[in-house]
Write a protein that binds this ligand. Structure first.
Ligand code: HEM
Length: 179
């Protein structure tokens, strides 16, 4: 585990993948009581009124937009939608206020009900990539536009032409040979 965690580029690739393609794109919470949430900047509500807080009623469902925050240009800059492992060479000061349990991202959420498996998950992902990309080369076996994502808590790929076949992403895998 220490060995895997000491590989900087692997670390950047995993962080960037889990930022841009957070497997759980959103989640919800239900308010246990009426409350008022202060906001950092005033906003205009749907009635055109400027508000500096959000009123929440008991029982209201609140969506936590994990993926939208992970991809926010405000936190990650104009290139927030691009896959750039190099962005992790330095830390984003703007994202420092995101209360995620890992990496200033909401991928594993934050607070007392954050994911308890995140360290395991990150190192497992690193182990898989470390073994697989050194032994094989991967290419899509179908045109990229054939792949779409389906979300049911977790995002998974499926084929546009065969949604009834469930999650899949056909790949061509060839053995990697060093020149
Ligand atoms: C990339 C992989 C994973 C992602 C993106 C992920 C993400 C999340 C997220 C967003 C939550 C909060 C859901 C919510 O409360 O609405 C959560 C909760 C949780 N995760 Fe993960 N998770 C991952 C892997 C794992 C693994 C490998 C384990 C166990 C070994 C695990 C165990 C849990 C548990 C037990 C909770 C519930 C914690 C609680 O409610 O107190 N997760 N996870």
């Amino acid at each position: 585990m220490d060995q895997l965690n000491s590989l900087p580029y692997l670390d950047r690739v995993v962080r960037e993948t889990l930022r841009l393609y957070a497997p759980v794109p959103e989640t919800t919470r239900v308010a246990e009581k009426d409350d008022v949430i202060p906001v950092s900047e005033p906003f205009v509500d749907r009635f055109g009124q400027v508000q500096d807080s959000i009123r929440i009623s008991k029982g209201a469902s609140i969506l936590i937009p994990i993926l939208a925050l992970n991809r926010s240009k405000k936190y990650w800059g104009e290139d927030a939608h691009e896959f750039k492992p190099e962005r992790w060479e330095s830390s984003s000061e703007a994202a420092a206020s995101v209360p995620g349990v890992w990496s200033h991202l909401l991928t594993f959420l934050g607070g007392p009900r954050a994911c308890i498996g995140y360290r395991f998950s990150v190192v497992e992902t690193k182990a898989l990539i470390f073994v697989l990309v050194r032994a094989f080369e991967f290419a899509l076996a179908v045109p990229p536009e054939e792949i779409e994502k389906k979300t049911s808590v977790v995002q998974r790929p499926q084929l546009r032409s065969a949604p009834d076949q469930g999650a899949q992403m056909p790949l061509l895998v060839t053995r990697y040979t060093r020149e």
